[in-house]
Design a protein around this ligand. Structure first.
Ligand code: APR
Length: 306
């Protein structure tokens, strides 16, 4: 169980996450922090009005004062800007690295024992920035990206196979961008390989659609990005931590030689419990997966230079 959870950034993802948390996680205190104090306060008033409807007992605070992070068990970072149409990855990185560096220092000052979940994009690079800036052990800095990509894959897989999602297995790992690894060999329908259900063309369309799902949403919404699936995937991660579930979830974490990678954060399956990342699971990868995962080294050249 956890007592106090704080969310930094009360925009689309942060506010929706706060709602999911109140619906699903029995915390005593939920803090929503935003640089725009009126936004944090306004969202909290609206959230509080669901008290008798959900119902929940938590105290809910909206503020721009980071000292309210004090003694948080979990801090979620959603602060920064969402990707907008036409923006390069590097533009986004420059802005969000600055924001998350500042935020990390506040977490370090007020919540030095917290588990930090990073949602701000570009996810793997920002998870790295936060790991370095907080100096927290890697077990306590977790990037939420691949579990969202997995949820997207399973939805699209269900739609194209017409099999209900509860009968499907599979997961996505690697970078939380177009270079993610959507490995069809790891997809199963009740234990059966999918080649008996989908042809090669359908499989390749499924891979492509999964990798571009986030971008497709931005193209349609123009000035904002996805909120429902990212916030719910984050809430599931919070539940795995709070309830000490020992669940295997693909998350971005600093690698210390696993998969032949060092000093980079990237999505890999991890055993998640009340300590955060209890263990990085080393899968045996196909040569193609190995090659794709190693591309993370190129992506990290940007963050080393920002
Ligand atoms: N401290 C606190 N809050 C901040 C700061 C800061 N230094 N800088 C920005 N914010 C707040 C903004 O005021 C805004 O309310 O972060 C919030 C971000 O909200 P949105 O713009 O609505 O973005 P959102 O859709 O929630 O996405 C947040 O999550 O999924 C990722 O790509 C997405 O990086 C983005 C992040």
């Amino acid at each position: 169980m956890i007592t106090k959870l704080s969310i930094i950034g009360a925009g689309g993802v942060g506010s929706t996450l706060a709602f999911h948390v109140l619906s699903r996680v029995p915390v005593k205190e939920l803090v929503l922090i935003d640089i725009l104090s009126n936004v944090a306060k306004g969202i909290v008033l609206d959230l509080e009005d669901t008290r008798s409807l959900l119902p929940f007992c938590a105290q809910v605070i909206g503020t721009d004062d980071f000292s309210h992070l004090r003694d948080s068990d979990i801090v979620v970072i959603t602060a920064g800007i969402a990707r907008k149409e036409g923006m390069t990855r590097l533009d986004l990185l420059k802005i969000n690295a600055k924001v998350t560096r500042e935020v990390s220092l506040q977490i370090k000052q007020f919540a030095k024992n917290a588990i930090v979940i990073v949602v701000t994009n570009p996810l793997d690079l920002i998870t790295y920035v936060v790991t370095k800036q907080t100096s927290f052990p890697r077990e306590r800095v977790i990037g939420m990206g691949s579990s969202l990509d997995t949820a997207r894959l399973l939805n699209l897989f269900s739609k194209c196979s017409t099999v209900g999602v509860s009968s499907l297995e599979g997961f996505v790992f690697g970078q939380h961008n177009n270079d993610m690894i959507v490995s069809m060999d790891r997809l199963r329908i009740k234990g059966e390989a999918i080649s008996s259900f989908l042809n090669a063309q359908e499989i390749s369309t499924l891979q492509e659609k999964t990798a571009h799902r986030g971008g497709e949403i931005v193209e349609l919404l123009k000035n904002r990005s996805a909120t429902f699936a990212p916030s719910l995937a984050c809430c599931r991660l919070i539940e795995a931590i709070a309830e000490d579930k020992n669940e295997i979830i693909p998350v971005s974490v600093m690698l210390n030689g696993e998969y032949g990678l060092k000093d980079v954060c990237v999505g890999v399956p991890c055993l998640i419990n009340r300590k955060g990342v209890e263990k990085v699971i080393e899968l045996s990868l196909s040569p193609e997966e190995k090659k794709k995962l190693a591309k993370v080294n190129e992506a990290f050249q940007d963050v080393y230079n920002v």
